[in-house]
Design a protein around this ligand. Structure first.
Ligand code: GUN
Length: 290
């Protein structure tokens, strides 16, 4: 089994972006600017947003984190989004999900100007992706496509099972892999909580992409010998032996699955860093378009 190293792959991407930013600055242009809106105090979200800001520093982007209290009204968040849409200094921004229960995530995403939607979540960008038109590709699926590209993993004609149908991972992942592109051209099945014979279906996959948010859900008997397995899941589980008091657990039972795979990602240093690298790629694209 070869571990797919998202840390080193994303480092390569950041290096490529940093070189382009260097050139922009050398020619007297300003740096790209990414903003992130963080509502509330969810530990994982705070961590992700912090890492995104550090990534910006590393490649020479400007970044702004806008923190709002958990109790903020939906209207106040929509007003902030309108401000960011109109702000000429900001090339792209994200609203970190999940949002507090009193907010309608769809309504919030619809308020983002598609030209600044570097998460690629707006209907216009999802539509463009489906049609194969230039757009901001959803960060996690695009990060996974980059892993396939950079490790020369063949996807053409392969049976790919995507476990999970969320708007931000499962659904766009299935679309990207089934398009007539390289990587792509896979035969894709989207599986979810109502799928029958899930075990057998997963065991028939050449490529298994798991994004269901259930810890260690995929066990060795669900994996075909030689399969490529991508674990998108990351759940914080209490662990008193850690200084932080928790550890991250993936959707795949890594220890038992690893000997059956040709390629596998680990819960840390796998998909996460690639998602963040995609966000930087999209921000550079947003800057170049303006
Ligand atoms: N929450 C988990 N993943 C993501 C992501 O890619 N973008 C945003 N905005 N929120 C998330």
């Amino acid at each position: 089994m070869q571990l797919l190293d998202g840390t080193s792959c994303s480092q390569q991407i950041r290096q490529e972006i940093a070189e382009q930013v260097e050139q922009l600055k050398a020619s007297g242009k300003r740096a790209p600017h990414l903003a992130a809106v963080l509502v509330g105090h969810d530990g994982a979200s705070q961590n992700y947003v912090g890492m995104k800001a550090r990534d910006c520093d590393e490649v020479g982007f400007n970044s702004t984190v806008i923190r709002m209290e958990e109790s903020v009204s939906e209207q106040e968040l929509l007003d902030k989004i309108a401000e960011l849409n109109a702000d000429d200094e900001i090339d792209g921004f994200i609203v970190q999900l999940p949002l507090p229960d009193h907010m309608d995530e769809d309504k919030v995403i619809l308020a983002i100007d598609p030209r600044k939607d570097v998460d690629g979540f707006c209907p216009e960008n999802v539509g463009n992706m489906s049609l194969g038109l230039p757009t901001f590709l959803s960060a996690t699926p695009n990060g996974i496509m980059e892993l396939f590209r950079r490790y020369n993993i063949e996807t053409e004609g392969k049976h790919c099972v995507v476990l999970g149908r969320s708007n931000i991972v499962g659904t766009p992942m299935a679309i990207l892999l089934s398009r007539n592109t390289n990587p792509g051209n896979a035969t894709v099945t989207i599986a979810h909580s109502r799928t029958k014979n899930l075990k057998e279906l997963c065991a028939s996959a050449d490529i298994l992409i798991v994004a269901i948010g259930k810890t260690e859900f995929v066990t060795a008997d669900m994996v075909k010998e030689g399969a490529v397995v991508i674990d998108v899941g990351q759940t914080r589980v209490p662990d008193s032996s850690k200084k932080s008091g928790f550890r991250n657990v993936g959707d795949v039972d890594f220890d038992n699955v690893k000997d059956k795979c040709s390629y596998l990602t680990y819960v840390t240093g796998g998909v996460g860093p690639m998602t963040r690298a995609s966000l930087l790629q999209n921000t550079l694209k947003a800057y170049q378009r303006r």
